[in-house]
Design a protein around this ligand. Structure first.
Ligand SMILES: NC(=O)c1ccc[n+]([C@@H]2O[C@H](COP(=O)([O-])OP(=O)(O)OC[C@H]3O[C@@H](n4cnc5c(N)ncnc54)[C@H](OP(=O)(O)O)[C@@H]3O)[C@@H](O)[C@H]2O)c1
Ligand SMILES: [Zn+2]
Ligand SMILES: [Zn+2]
Length: 352
């Protein structure tokens, strides 16, 4: 066991602050990583503030962070894919049972016994797992990803959650050239959804509540941008989409988007608002439309996404911040004021 520096929340209402945490010494199949950058996902904020108490209550202290890139500092003797000095990345999963049909199919995100990167029982040290707002982490090799060398590291970190969470449903629902795809909410996930759907060849329409993001949306790869508060603009797209990705973090009217789907169209929720969303049955019934959700992605697909991003030169648009600005960043997330992901430069933790 060794001590690592970290930032943690000690209650749902306290700001994050500097602390030290215990990390395990790497065992045979473990990789130890010096964390260089960690993205700030809106899930970090939901979890730190216990907004998902009904589904996964927060255990304090909570060290968030599941968009991790860094450099390998030590490997166990059974590790074969990584050596000291390699770049490495970790997303939302650090373990699973490895034996269930989902794990065997490489779909670890659906394992009934997953270990998420933070706030899940830690099998090694007891207590709960601690995430990437830290200078170091130890993770089983199977859950460590290779980082393509052409990607900027600060911008690559958000691929580990925002990237895979949008890539996976776009692939699952068959987004390709010729498909009309909507992306609702231009935040961390949404802006990745736009870049990826554009790279897959789709006609991409962004729905945003923020008129000031229009130019950015076009630059990121959108073909059209709709200000969702404008009923006339919204009406123009009725019944026309093959697929819509809903990446909104707060309460909003999903029925307005369901009505924009073509026959057999699908809307997938990746955003996870605190409270249930009302659903109008007729919106789904007319047009045999479907509504689904999608969680992150498995390890194989996460690597596929990183390689796809390497090939298409895609990283997140990031605002790099020192860890000392994390509380300010959370407040800005709540105001939809981020272009388009905060990425923490973990060198800033050395000053603590
Ligand atoms: N399914 C998964 O596996 C998974 C993985 C990661 C994250 N998530 C969840 O996905 C959601 C988005 O995460 P994120 O990190 O992308 O968050 P984010 O950066 O804060 O982006 C959310 C966007 O939603 C829009 N929005 C915010 N409040 C709104 C409101 N009241 N009405 C309508 N639109 C609103 C804003 O876009 P505009 O300014 O363009 O309107 C905002 O930028 C969170 O709930 C997060 O927990 C799920
Ligand atoms: Zn996330
Ligand atoms: Zn499993």
């Amino acid at each position: 066991m060794y001590k690592a520096k970290a930032y943690s929340a000690s209650s749902a209402t306290s700001p994050l602050a500097s602390t030290t945490i215990a990390r395990r010494d790497p065992s045979a199949d473990d990789v130890q990583i010096e964390i260089l950058f960690c993205g700030i996902c809106h899930s970090d904020l939901h979890q730190a503030r216990n907004e998902w108490k009904e589904v996964m209550p927060t255990v304090y202290p909570c060290v968030p962070g599941h968009e991790i890139v860094g450099r390998v500092t030590k490997v166990g003797p059974a590790v074969t894919k990584f050596k000291v000095g390699d770049l490495a990345a970790v997303g939302c999963l650090v373990d699973s049972d490895g034996t269930c049909p989902e794990c065997k199919a490489g779909l670890e995100q659906f394992c009934p016994h997953p270990t998420f990167t933070y706030n899940m029982p830690d099998k090694h040290l007891g207590g709960v797992t601690y995430g990437g707002y830290s200078d170091s982490i130890v993770v089983k090799e199977h859950f460590v990803l290779r980082v393509p060398s052409n990607l900027d590291l600060a911008g690559a970190a958000p691929l580990l959650c925002a990237g895979i969470t949008t890539y996976s449903p776009l692939r699952h629902w068959g987004v390709t050239k010729g498909k009309k795809v909507g992306v609702v909410g231009l935040g961390g996930l949404g802006h990745m959804g736009v870049k990826l759907a554009h790279a897959m060849g789709a006609h991409v329409v962004v729905f945003t509540t923020s008129p000031g993001k229009k130019e950015d949306a076009l630059r990121l790869g959108a073909d059209e941008v709709v200000i969702s508060k404008d009923a006339n603009e919204m009406a123009k797209h009725a019944g026309s989409f093959n697929f819509i990705l809903d990446a909104v973090a707060a309460q909003h009217d999903i029925n307005a988007y369901i009505n924009m789907l073509a026959r057999d169209g699908n809307i997938t929720l990746v955003g996870a608002p605190e409270k249930p969303l009302p659903l109008a049955a007729f919106s789904l019934i007319m047009g045999r439309r479907s509504l689904s959700g999608s969680p992150i992605g498995g390890l194989a697909e996460t690597q596929e996404m990183l390689d796809f991003c390497s090939q298409h030169n895609i990283v997140a648009d990031v605002e790099v911040i020192p860890i000392q600005k994390v509380n300010e960043a959370y407040e800005r997330l709540l105001k939809s004021d981020v272009k388009y992901r905060f990425s923490i430069d973990m060198a800033s933790l050395k000053a603590e």
